[in-house]
Design a protein around this ligand. Structure first.
Ligand SMILES: [Mg+2]
Length: 373
């Protein structure tokens, strides 16, 4: 089997709003082969930038677009191809969006591998420990405590036993922040799991003060209280916080996670398959399990990445929660034929070959705004 074509497609919904939610557009990578099989991958980044990294022509031996690197290769050789892409993009890559583009390719290679062998990706990764996983509804805060409480009610009524609220307006004002968390707890009632995602807003000392105040509302974790690069701050905070500290969603690949893991900076490492791919996510899983910390997925995009996240998370021995984005965006709900969403608070791990989901091509056409020529 040889790769014959690598196509990028950018999808975007009509009414994009100014909010911190990456489910308003998507960049798909479709890797096609001489056997007629196609693998699908997705990156969570700026779609146009990812597309440029795939489409770029040969500039020199270590500055080369990903298509140029991949056409003619055997798609089953995912580890060698990861290393080849890493080396041949060194002048613009190694971190950030180049790794994210590689992650989309890697996701597509594993989808192809699964289709080729007729097996779900979780089996090819070593086997699933879980057939279904408790899901938390992942959503943004309301404008204040009262609105946040009502949002909490809505998702408890929908059957979730865990809900996460995130981002604005949390941050600058302690009274506002406590009102938000109090409202969230009221909305969920006493028993459900409440998770708080601050959105990278504080220094470590302020974050510790908030963690102490939030602890009385029994939060399951405090997510991204600090800037993503403040590794020393995370180490300091985790040693002192009364609540678990979660982060990692912005990290792109194994090298990006390395300082956090080496320094035991977190309680929960959140891995986004659309920024790491399966190859590096499997590596990160092994390293985090080795240090006795917990793993969760991060996913705020489409059912393609949600399916990928489930295949990977099912192979994590101690998986305890799945991030189930419940944003009201058609991209989250209509991009695949299969609905990849929790029912009664739990989500099933897909079991078909590869990712186990197929694109809804009518929906792709209706939202397509750019495609590789
Ligand atoms: Mg987050």
């Amino acid at each position: 089997m040889k790769i014959t074509q690598v196509v990028c497609q950018i999808l975007r919904i009509k009414n994009v709003q100014a909010k911190t939610a990456s489910s308003q557009d998507s960049v798909l990578v479709r890797v096609r082969t001489d056997t007629g099989l196609e693998g699908i991958g997705e990156a969570d980044s700026s779609p146009e930038v990812v597309k440029a990294i795939v489409d770029a022509p040969f500039s020199h031996n270590i500055a080369c677009g990903l298509r140029e690197i991949l056409v003619g290769e055997n798609p089953l050789e995912h580890e060698r191809l990861w290393q080849k892409m890493y080396r041949r993009t060194m002048y613009f890559g190694r971190t950030g969006v180049a790794i994210t583009a590689m992650a989309a390719i890697d996701m597509a290679l594993w989808d192809l591998k699964g289709k080729h062998f007729g097996e779900p990706i979780h089996r090819l990764l070593g086997g699933a420990h879980h057939k279904r996983i408790k899901a938390y509804a992942s959503i943004l805060f309301g404008r204040d405590g009262r609105e946040t409480r009502d949002i909490g009610h809505r998702w408890i009524d929908a059957g979730y036993r865990a809900v996460k609220f995130g981002w604005e307006p949390m941050g600058p004002d302690e009274a506002v922040d406590i009102d938000l968390v109090r409202g969230a707890r009221e909305g969920l009632g006493g028993d459900a799991t409440l998770l708080i995602d601050a959105g990278c807003v504080w220094d470590a000392r302020t974050a510790l003060r908030r963690a102490n105040r939030f602890a009385e509302y029994d939060i399951g974790w405090l997510e991204e209280p600090l800037r993503e690069d403040d590794v020393a701050g995370y180490v300091w905070l985790r040693d002192r916080s009364p609540v678990p500290i979660a982060a990692g969603e912005g990290e792109c690949g194994r090298e990006s996670f390395r300082p956090l893991i080496d320094r035991h900076a977190l309680d929960v490492y959140q891995v986004d398959l659309s920024r790491c791919g399966f190859t590096d996510a499997a590596f990160i899983r092994s390293r985090v399990e080795e240090i006795g910390a917990r793993l969760c997925n991060h996913c705020y995009t489409s059912p393609v990445t949600a399916a990928a996240s489930l295949h990977w998370l099912a192979t994590c021995r101690d998986a305890f929660l799945f991030e189930d984005c419940v944003e009201d965006s058609p991209l989250r709900h209509e991009l695949t034929i299969e609905k990849v969403q929790a029912r009664d608070g739990y989500i099933e791990v897909p079991d078909g070959p590869g990712l186990g989901v197929a694109l809804n091509e009518d929906f792709v056409r209706s939202t397509l705004i750019a495609e590789s020529s």
